[in-house]
Design a protein around this ligand. Structure first.
Ligand SMILES: [Zn+2]
Length: 724
């Protein structure tokens, strides 16, 4: 989850010889929303010619080396006269009145109110572009409030109805974020690290649970990677729905903090960014590796702890998303900078996490951990890229990994495997594996089920066509290629059960909004907007079903009429006639994702807008009002990388009950391969719930669509800095 963040870096990583220290004093009066500040800047040159300060903040005094200078401002930039000589001291006094924060989204600029002050990244202090700095910040707020930055709290005092504190940066930073609120603070010392929660009174009872989880994650990752890079970690509540990550600090809305998965999964992700993305910054020239590694070691690892079934379901889900990605969006990992939309998350987070899984499978868990530790120690408070990771893992494993990293980081797309001509005579198994040109170099696990113990093998592929022969002791019953979904690859369409989230993978998704009244259609529009990241183009029903990814939303009766008229299947039994609202995913006749959302009336539709994005991992959901009554995933329709053999002695094997005619016919051929056996693997409900929790933690679904849009914008302007 991230956001405009403070980023600690090696000093001098930009603007070679320049350096900057802020000695900042800030007084906040939330009652009147007034900020009064003074900043004494010590600047070592070559010196920049301008700094940024929000136009709404009036400069009351500007002095350079003790001499008053009239401030010259254009478009938020303050011009400085030429500054010859090696070092200068600039003093800026400024003040202004800020807006109150919106309550439904992350504010775009600095805001202040009795319920919270949020000063993040947008020139609320004299800001020199691309010049990392150290700082001392003295902040002064009413005694009923507290204020926090990512820095180290060095001193605090209360008196005269005010609370004052001094924060000092742990190292050079690129941004400074200051948050204040009427909080209750609780803290705990964990070795050298101070853990703090700053929570609004109405959620103050969550402090212990958050401190427990913080301690757990810090212990986990310190033991795994090496020392935590900062002196503190803060969990901070704000009155608007946010999920933002900063070095040593996560800023979350009060409503968000109440969600249990936030502290169970998202918090771990944010804590891990202290190492990946903040403690070691991303070298943008090589792409953002930090989200991939953080997703692998946090979100994926937490699901792995649930057991192998849950982890396999998550991998299959990620591979399914990758499969549905338009080829143009399936970019190399090296091209990923920050998550703007779901397609970028599929590559930067999930595909990247699968690359780390394959690396661990290849070099072993021990060498993998050793590589992480070497990488962390070598690049602390510096920038690093994929090539530095490769060097660390090569040193740890003694293996040459340049081909592995070149293929998975630099190359777009993913391999697609095909199983052909699988045959057995009872003692040997022969099959052909093909892939598209140019072939990928792959290590593919193979499972042979026999009348005795199962046989596990690994096959190395580097050609378009590989003929494989395996000797077996007992007659084989079935063969499955990559049964555990451990190879990063595109699946066959039949292997991907339709899910609600699939319509979010393509920004060109269209919408049909149905209802008898304007109010019905407005409610349907609201639901569509909650599910999609960008406003869809709406189509009229007069011209038939528009092609491509599509959401149909409306009242139950009007949607039923449309489905019948368009020759589409009616609502499936799992949702039909249940609850007051329902959503299900299926395929459009042209093969694109299709999601249908119905509500019994406008109110029932409106109730779906909030919960729907949180259950988008499911294939179908039934709601009573805004409450989820039931949900599930459709079974996998086919396993094209699985072949089932009929016993040669007995000839045909009966097809499973209810299997389509085609399956029965194929199975009837003795010794032939049933490439479309309908054995289904229904995701267990718990795995499904876990996967959706992981998805929520990783998608910022906790923020409103508008908030997501703002974050996208802020990421475009800010440089990519780790975190989600
Ligand atoms: Zn992240």
């Amino acid at each position: 989850m991230l956001a405009a963040a403070v980023l600690l870096l090696a000093a001098g990583s930009t603007a070679a010889a320049s350096s900057l220290h802020h000695d900042l004093r800030v007084r906040l009066d939330p009652e009147t929303r007034r900020l009064v500040a003074s900043d004494r800047l010590r600047l070592r040159c070559p010196c920049p010619g301008t700094f940024a300060l929000l136009p709404r903040l009036a400069i009351t005094q500007l002095t350079i080396d003790g001499v008053d200078v009239p401030p010259a401002r254009t478009d938020g930039q303050v011009q400085l006269p030429p500054l010859p000589g090696p070092a200068h001291t600039i003093r800026v006094r400024y003040r202004g009145r800020l807006d109150p924060p919106p309550l439904d989204r992350v504010p775009e600029g600095p805001t202040m109110s009795r319920t919270g002050t949020f000063l993040a990244a947008a020139a609320w202090y004299p800001t020199f572009a691309d010049l990392p700095f150290t700082y001392t910040l003295r902040v002064d707020v009413p005694a009923s409030q507290r204020a926090v930055t990512a820095g180290r709290l060095e001193a605090e005092a209360e008196g005269g109805g005010r609370w004052q504190a001094r924060y000092v940066s742990d190292g050079p930073a690129e941004d400074l974020t200051l948050v204040a609120g009427p909080w209750a603070m609780q803290d705990r010392q964990l070795g050298p690290v101070r853990l703090r929660t700053w929570l609004h009174p109405e959620i103050a009872d969550l402090a212990t649970a958050y401190l427990d989880k913080l301690a757990f994650f810090l212990d986990l990752y310190s033991a795994w990677i090496g020392p935590y890079p900062y002196s503190a970690f803060h969990v901070v509540s704000v009155p608007f729905p946010a999920g933002l990550g900063f070095p040593a600090m996560t800023v979350l809305g009060t409503s968000v903090l109440r969600l249990p998965f936030i502290r169970d999964t998202s918090l771990g992700h944010e804590v891990l960014h202290a190492w990946w993305g903040n403690g070691i910054a991303v070298d943008e020239r090589e792409g953002n590796w930090a989200e991939a590694l953080t997703t692998f070691m946090a979100d994926y690892t937490f699901v792995e702890w649930q057991g192998p079934d849950a982890a396999r379901e998550l991998r299959r889900r990620w591979l399914g998303d990758l499969t549905l990605l338009a080829p143009a969006r399936d970019v190399p990992l090296a091209a990923f900078r920050a998550r703007g939309h779901t397609a970028e998350q599929v590559v930067g987070y999930h595909k990247g996490a699968l690359v780390f899984l394959m690396l661990r499978d290849r070099i072993g868990a021990e060498a993998f951990t050793e590589g992480l530790r070497r990488f962390a120690a070598a690049h602390r408070f510096r920038r690093a890229g994929w090539s530095n990771l490769r060097t660390a893992f090569e040193a740890a494993s003694g293996q040459q990994l340049s081909a592995f990293f070149a293929q998975w980081v630099q190359r777009p797309g993913a391999p697609r495997l095909r199983l052909e001509a699988a045959r057995t005579d009872g003692r040997r198994l022969r099959f052909v594996l093909t892939q598209e040109r140019p072939p990928w170099s792959l290590e593919v696990p193979v499972l042979v089920e026999t009348t005795g113990a199962p046989l596990h093998q690994s096959i190395r592929l580097s050609d378009e066509r590989t003929i494989v022969t395996i000797a077996v002791r007992e007659p084989p019953r079935a063969l499955e290629i990559d049964p555990d979904a451990r190879v990063l690859r595109r699946l066959a369409r039949d292997e991907v059960p339709p899910a609600l989230r699939h319509v979010t993978l393509d920004p060109s998704t269209r919408a049909l909004v149905l209802g008898d009244t304007g109010d019905d259609r407005e409610a349907a529009r609201l639901v569509v907007g909650s599910l999609l990241e960008s406003p869809p183009s709406e189509h009229s029903t007069d011209t038939g079903l528009p092609p491509g990814p599509l959401v149909i939303a409306g009242t139950t009766a009007t949607v039923s009429r449309l489905l019948a008229a368009a020759g589409l299947d009616p609502a499936p039994a799992e949702v039909s006639g249940r609850g007051s609202g329902r959503a299900w995913a299926t395929w459009h006749p042209d093969g694109s994702p299709l999601v249908i959302v119905t509500g019994d009336d406008a109110a029932a539709l409106r109730a779906l807008a909030r919960p729907l994005p949180h259950v988008a991992a499911a294939s179908w959901v039934v709601f009573a009002g805004a409450r989820v009554l039931a949900r599930g995933s459709w079974p996998v329709a086919a396993h094209p990388l699985r072949a089932v053999f009929s016993p040669p002695s007995s000839g045909a094997r009966p097809a499973p009950a209810g299997a389509p005619r085609r399956t029965r016919e194929r199975s009837a051929r003795s010794g032939a391969v049933n490439r479309h056996d309908l054995e289904t693997r229904m995701a267990s409900r718990s795995a499904c719930a876990e996967a959706s929790a992981a998805s929520r933690s990783a998608t910022l679904a906790i923020a409103s669509p508008r908030c997501r849009a703002i974050l996208r914008r802020s990421r475009r302007t800010a440089r990519p800095r780790a975190s989600r």
